[in-house]
Design a protein around this ligand. Structure first.
Ligand code: MSP
Length: 513
């Protein structure tokens, strides 16, 4: 049986159209998913929409629409975005689906049975925009009202009967778990804030609401709906058909390898979610990674701030793969980043068109002309050929380790350096001067083509569509990539005919060029 890998994005609120921040989480998750696919794993990749709660109910009311109709419409735009971004997701979940509702109610019953839920009364601050409860020291005065200090979202006072989850009981087990699993919360820089929050003392968490109805009803108490975060987090197991824990999906994919999220929702994923799971006697995910924000100016991009950047506009202007490449390469993973069209254009012109596109064109054109349009036969490797060829084989385990540490910078640097070295190799070897030495000419062409193939494989998680165009030179199709593994170092069969290559990237004319 293949090794399995389960990665998730946050499920997005369909309160408004998707923006670049959402696209960022999804593209990064797709990068990891596709790497694992070509490394021979069975991958489950989940994304979807988080449709319950007061925030969504109010957004629908504002548009004068029935809440479910409103969700149907916007959830569809997120589903379409997944296609536009060329995500390899294997499931798209909506929390309004029945399969999800069954899982959530089952988890609730399990928590109740284990005496982790009790009925009481909540009095305190609540932010509808964050769907989060805040203590007195987490809010500040702002104009005539109050807002959350961290998110700057307005808060309102709640006073209502509510079910509570015994979060306080899990304070010690959580701290022990963090201690024993040092990379559970990543990157390391975010770990301390979570740990100090837990150490400062966890209060029991209100997990139901009574004053509105847009949610999953509490089993046996229809007056309450389940708190939207308990509902939403459960999507990670409802996609695997929980409570059927013997089911093939659950057995195969749980615990998740990584929940990829934005740093804004770390508390929910690194504290509440593991506590719910422990209370239900379920295994905990291997890792929760909180990435940084895509900023607009100095601020987080968000609908309420009215500063959103539409991924579709950028894709229409530059194409999808350049955007994917830019976000993966230029936003230092784990930190906040800006979208600079200037830098995006530089990426297209120099990395994609010059370094990768041009290499593919150049060596294919040369082989077509000088090697009868085929992968050359009769080759004899010299040390300089093997040196560049073996770079991949020799680094594969390191690359895997770096991927499991989410070290995207290492991965990108490896590719950019390989492209640079290969272009240099082709130039230095000067095959055009070797027309009298066909073995040497053939060997140089063979070596360069083989490296183009290897680099293309490595680029597949980043720019899948362009890579497929490039690999078409060798008649390699997507299924060939998916069903081989990176371990597969078989070189080409000689005499394979080379196909024509389309232009991979059009250079952008820059104003100051
Ligand atoms: N519905 C919750 C998540 C539930 S997961 C069980 C939610 N939704 S959200 O639509 O508001 O945001 C989801 C995620 O989108 C964020 O955690 C983050 O991953 C991504 N981003 C939203 N805005 C972002 C930026 N400006 N920059 C980068 N990512 C951001 O929270």
């Amino acid at each position: 049986m293949n090794k399995s890998f389960y990665i998730t994005t946050p499920i997005y609120y369909p309160s408004a159209k998707p923006h670049m921040g959402h696209a960022y989480s999804s593209i990064i998750a797709d990068f990891f998913a596709r790497f694992k696919i070509i490394d021979g794993f069975d991958v489950h990749f989940l994304t979807g929409t988080d449709e319950h709660g007061l925030k969504i109910q109010r957004a629908a009311e504002k548009r004068g629409l029935d809440t479910l109709k409103f969700c149907d419409e916007i959830s569809e735009t997120f589903r379409n975005l997944s296609k536009t971004l060329n995500l390899s997701n294997t499931d798209f979940i909506r929390t309004t689906e029945n399969r999800h509702k069954l899982s959530v109610q089952n988890l609730w019953k399990q928590l109740l049975k284990n005496d982790d839920i009790y009925l009481s009364k909540y009095s305190g601050w609540y932010s509808v925009s964050d769907e989060a409860f805040y203590s007195e020291d987490e809010v500040e005065e702002f104009e005539d009202s109050k807002r959350a200090i961290n998110s700057k979202s307005p808060v309102e006072w709640l006073d209502e009967e509510s079910y509570f989850f015994r979060l306080s009981k899990w304070e010690k087990p959580l701290l022990e778990y963090y201690e024993k699993n040092p990379s559970f919360i990543s990157p390391q820089s975010r770990k301390n804030e979570v740990i100090s929050f837990v150490k400062s003392g966890l209060k029991d968490l209100s997990v139901s609401r009574k004053s509105f109805s847009w949610g999953i009803p509490v089993p046996d108490d229809k007056e309450h709906v389940i708190y939207v975060w308990l509902d939403a987090l459960t999507n990670y197991i409802s996609s695997l058909n929980y409570p059927d824990t013997q089911d093939n999906m659950f057995k195969k994919f749980w615990p998740a390898s990584i929940h990829l999220i934005g740093k804004d929702i770390l508390r929910f994923h690194a504290i509440y979610w593991p506590a719910f799971l422990m209370a239900a006697n379920l295994p905990l995910p291997n890792k929760v990674y909180g990435h940084g924000w895509i900023l607009s100016g100095e601020e987080k991009m968000s609908k309420s701030k009215g500063n959103i950047l539409d991924p579709i506009e950028i894709i229409n202007k530059y194409g999808l793969d350049p955007l994917r490449y830019y976000l993966i390469k230029e936003v230092s993973f784990g930190n906040d980043g800006n979208i600079s069209q200037e830098r995006l254009e530089d990426c297209i012109n120099s990395d994609l068109a010059n370094n990768f596109g041009n290499l593919c064109q150049r060596v294919t054109a040369f082989a077509k002309k000088n090697c009868d349009g085929k992968i050359p036969d009769k080759i004899e490797f010299k040390e300089e050929d093997l040196k560049i060829l073996d770079r991949f084989k020799n680094n594969l385990d390191l690359i895997r380790t770096k991927i499991d540490e989410q070290d995207i910078n290492f991965y990108i640097d490896f590719i950019v350096n390989s492209l640079f070295e290969t272009n240099k190799y082709f130039n230095d070897q000067e095959p055009w001067k070797k027309k009298d030495d066909s073995v040497r000419l053939n060997t140089i062409v063979y070596t360069t083509l083989e490296i183009v193939r290897k680099i293309s494989y490595m680029l597949y998680p980043i720019i899948p569509e362009s890579v497929l165009k490039a690999l078409n030179i060798f008649n390699i199709k997507e299924k060939d990539i998916i069903f081989s593994t990176l371990e597969n170092h078989n070189y080409f069969k000689a005499n394979l005919s080379l196909k024509n290559i389309d232009i991979l990237f059009k250079k952008v004319e820059k104003k100051n060029d």
